[in-house]
Design a protein around this ligand. Sequence first.
Ligand code: ADP
Ligand code: MG
Length: 722
Amino acid sequence: NQTTAQQAQSLEEWEVNALRDHELHSSRYFQLLESRRRLPVSLRRQEFLDVYHNSQIILVSGETGSGKTTQIPQFVLFDEWASGKKVACTQPRRLATTAVATRTAAELDVPLGEEVGYSVRFEKKLSRMTRLKYMTDGLLLSEASRDRNFSAYSCIIIDEAHERTLNTDLLMALLKMATSRRSCLKVVIMSATLNVEKIQSYFPGAATFEIPGKVHPVEIHYLSDSTPRYCYCAITVVQHIHENMDDGDILLFLPTSGDIEMVCSILRKRYDEGLKVLPLYSALSRAKQQEIFEDSEYRKCIVATNVAETSITIDGIVYVVGEYLHNFFPWKVGIDKSATDSGLEIRPVYNPRLRMSSVLTCPISKASAKQRAGRAGRTQPGICFRLYTGQTHDTCFIPSAPPGILEGELASQILLLKVMGFESVGTFDFLDPPHPEVYLCGLQDLCAMGYIDDRGTITPKGRIAARLSVHPKWLNAFMEGQKNGCLREMIDLAAISSTQHPIFSRPPPARFAADIAHQRFACPLSDHISQLNALHAYESAMKTNNRLPISQWCFDAFLNRRALSEVVRIRDQLLTSLQQELSYTKEICGFEDAEYDTHIRKTLARSFFYQCALKHPDPFATIYKTVHEGHTAGIHPESALTSERQEWIVYSEFVSSGIPYLQTVTAVDPAWLIDLDFFQDDSLPKTENGDFKQPLVKKSLDKARKKNDSVEEDLISFEELD
Ligand code: ADP
Ligand code: MG
């Protein structure tokens, strides 16, 4: 049932919407159709279909803005309509997923969530009618854990493959295998023009399809001297463009949402008329994000994070102002920018020896810089102002960013592959295999959590953990919470740890005010309980009919409303899914319980025992030593525990932005830990007063090192590497 471009195009030109019998097309549809037809990829629809019909795997490359993300899935949808199966298109970012789904639904003239829908973690707009599904790569991956053959789909489109996120890499590996099992499954891998050769060599038999893009020349300007005050520099450049240069919209790249809001408010004050200043970052509401695409009678100035680098294309950009800093960091860390050298970017790098995500400063890639500049030359010649020197670009920037699989922690991905039946993940056919040490460290963590046994085989508990929509480590907390009557609180905490943004907001200009406002939620023994206090205060503010609108209440309390409402949504979903997985019964523990705090702290201790730390014996010291790895770190300055030094703590994150810190910590009683298998009782030296003051020795590590199990093979390869 092969279709032609001609057939599809005549269907598109009908008065009646071919996807929805008997519904007439709107006038907006025809406007959009006209602009779609001008996109480079539309001019080659037939060529694309020819390649598509003759191969199972197709690699599509083309400049950003050529129409890959919005058009190719539609081409495929028309062609595959008769199959009755779905078409999926993955994106690495949530923001892009929802934006392109909205756009494509409008282009097809259907309500979002019906024929075209999206699915991102904890949020979806889908229905039984959905035939084209935009989704994050992580979500398709978790679907794959239930169905390795992707049998609901006739075609899977992996978009932005050049970004090489960990999930995209895993999906490509799984699809490579699935295509050999299901000959009717088609795979389209789309990427910008970078990193294409590497992906081609991974899919030797695949057909390639290039979209010739016309790119206009972009004039590039550098600073003559580098400056650490990039926000002010950016404002000056925007001012210069706006006051002296020809028409054309401006796109400004800044690293963090804090920078973006600050620059936007200064620019807005300066030009209340004549310049439309619009922020773009993931924490913004959907409506605000969509505003960037709206026409404006004034010049637009869009101030964005790297999301505007490849995944989102905004028409009409003539000027690009580019910062060298690039906030990649998905964890919740206060980054001290003064510590960052000019010409460098902030990237998270996972260090398996420390089990720590460090914020390292290293050069952004030349590929990124080029990509950003290219945003100016889409419709006419453009100009790019780089807020760094030419020398910085030439000497400090690496050619392109390393793939995500080489930079992150792997425990949950290994668990997922084990659930899917890949026993020996070490020999898995990855595009770039992860470092054996990171892999081994993931295995050890899974073993400590009880999700795999000594032989590396997944346990029944591990199977449940892999199905959770939050990090698998939370299953232990749920099970322990159930014993101690605080399951509900653990579910809240799991939801809080899964939001993209921290619930406590600390905008740079009002940091002290925020700290004071947060005091009312603070629990001196536990940051986790402080977070719960904030969440519960928010929920009761929602319930009570007070005069204050909730947005104002959040603003006054310096809480992030979007994050909190996301927490509530995630929590409710978790509750529903856990009712099926664990035989979860309604709340047992209440605030009235005098032991409320203790139950929670004990549960945290017993479920995150492998992340505990012990204070240095010197009474004046502020340093802690992690028990698992024996590394030293301070408590993060934002913690409520910094004023009262506790001997034993469990922590949620070990981070570093120069100085290593334990973040989100809770004071615990060592007696809660002592009967755990993890700690070898006989190796606990006691002091005179009977306290356990020495770092403990771990049993699980030794277990993992035992001969004759699958972990052993990996150990050997790791040692060879050394
Ligand atoms: P590519 O994936 O090749 O970078 P896209 O398909 O994303 O290209 O973009 C093609 C065109 O669609 C661009 O001109 C862009 O401006 C437009 N477009 C994409 N998403 C949206 C949106 N959410 N709203 C309005 N226009 C959009
Ligand atoms: Mg795209």
